[in-house]
Design a protein. Structure first.
Length: 77
């Protein structure tokens, strides 16, 4: 059974609470607050060389949704 994970930005707590009330009893749905911390580095220029081959946990669409809307949905197997 496929599960849906709603991830809500720390800055949108009212939305988080609302989604928990509305979707909290739905089977296969979980609503959580984003637990990631803000990156410490705030440099304008990127690092000279990227040491990693790829972002193991990179999710470009979800990251974009979080920045624009303050929430995203991830489908889990």
């Amino acid at each position: 059974m496929e599960r849906l994970l709603f991830i809500v930005s720390q800055g949108r707590r009212e939305l988080y609470e609302s989604l928990r009330v509305v979707l909290g009893q739905e089977r296969g749905v979980e609503v959580i607050l984003d637990r990631r911390e803000v990156k410490r580095r705030r440099h304008e220029l990127p690092p000279s060389t990227e040491r990693r081959r790829y972002g193991r946990r990179a999710r470009p669409r979800e990251d974009s949704d979080m920045q624009i809307r303050g929430w995203t949905v991830v489908r889990l197997p």
